[in-house]
Design a protein. Structure first.
Length: 328
């Protein structure tokens, strides 16, 4: 039994409805400073290219310096080829960020703060999916650690700077897979986070994606009196590398089926990134005062599952996360 029916999301309708956003609608971002986590590949890379092409200075927050620098080189070439009105020298910088280690995530935030720059856009894009069971550097189940705790530490450490820079945006990536939670988990059972036998890899992924929504909604309430807009995006089925662990967990046949599904139905990373770009850049967000809302491709607003809308669970996660940070 799952928390909600997938039909409630009506995600399939996005294949037949007009997109609400396009690259041509992104405004001039000259003078804006952005951070994109996991920016060296997939949706993060596509988001970085679009932001930089419109004039923003973008920090690629990645674990690997080499991969980030390779991505910067590719991005500059792509911007030059595709965006004739882009800055002659796009502003792209590397920021070392390891979400698997809370101390390193905090250090990354401190490094950025030391640059004494504003921060107008934070896109919490990075994530892992359906990976074998493992523990983070802090002894936390790895999907929950990377997808939620690393971003929680990084975001809250940057929050004062984001508020100083308002109007500003925070975008959390989640997934409709947050609904694939067995009822026994009661949303999130904090006492069994590290229980290897109790849950499948997909259950653990779903739990981390629910945490992304709960965090953003709790954050949006805390920012209600500020011109800081925290929202959540489900990018849709996108052909990226996030499923690279599927073969380990689903076998060769399952992995091959996933590849075929991506090839036939998946968005390209460039198109899939439009929902998070809408939340990060569209003037509509400030004009409508949209906070803590959940959007699916391409920028269609929907209601998430009942657990994601549970304010008590949102606050329990916030308190749990704060306590875990203090402990570690």
């Amino acid at each position: 039994m799952f928390t909600n029916s997938w039909s409630q999301l009506a995600w399939w309708k996005t294949y037949f409805t007009p997109n609400r956003y396009s690259h041509d609608q992104i405004p001039d971002l000259t003078g804006k400073i952005a951070i994109v986590t996991g920016a060296n590949t997939g949706l993060g890379y596509a988001t970085t290219v679009a932001l930089a092409a419109c004039g923003a200075r973008v920090f690629l927050a990645c674990r690997s310096k080499q991969r980030a620098e390779d991505a910067i080189e590719r991005a500059r070439a792509e911007i030059k080829a595709k965006y004739p009105n882009a800055p002659k020298t796009p502003q792209l910088d590397f920021l070392e960020l390891d979400l698997n280690d809370m101390n390193k995530a905090h250090q990354a935030a401190k490094e950025f703060l030391g640059k004494e720059l504003p921060l107008h856009i934070l896109v919490n894009n990075s994530g892992i999916m359906n990976t074998p069971f493992g523990l983070s550097a802090d002894g936390i189940e790895s999907q929950f650690a990377v997808n939620h705790m690393g971003h929680f530490v990084f975001t809250t450490a940057l929050l004062d700077r984001i508020k100083e820079s308002q109007p500003s945006r925070i975008v959390n990536l989640s997934a409709m897979g947050h609904e694939l939670l067995p009822s026994k988990m009661n949303g999130i059972d904090f006492d069994t986070l590290n229980d290897e036998a109790g849950y499948s890899s997909l259950n653990r992924y779903s739990r981390s994606k629910l945490a992304n929504i709960l965090f953003a909604k709790a954050l949006a309430r805390r920012l209600a009196r500020e011109r800081v807009y925290a929202n959540i995006a489900h990018p849709g089925l996108v052909a990226t590398e996030i499923g690279r662990s599927s073969k380990d967990m689903m076998g060769t046949v399952g992995d091959k089926a996933g590849q075929i599904l991506n090839a036939v139905m998946g968005y390209s990373a460039e198109e899939g990134a439009l929902t998070q770009l809408y939340l990060a850049t569209s003037p509509e967000i400030e004009n409508r005062d949209v906070r803590g809302r959940y959007f699916i491709p391409i920028a269609n607003e929907i209601q998430p599952s009942m657990y994601a809308r549970d304010e008590e669970l949102q606050e329990r996660l916030w308190t749990f996360s704060e306590n875990l940070v203090r402990e570690k």
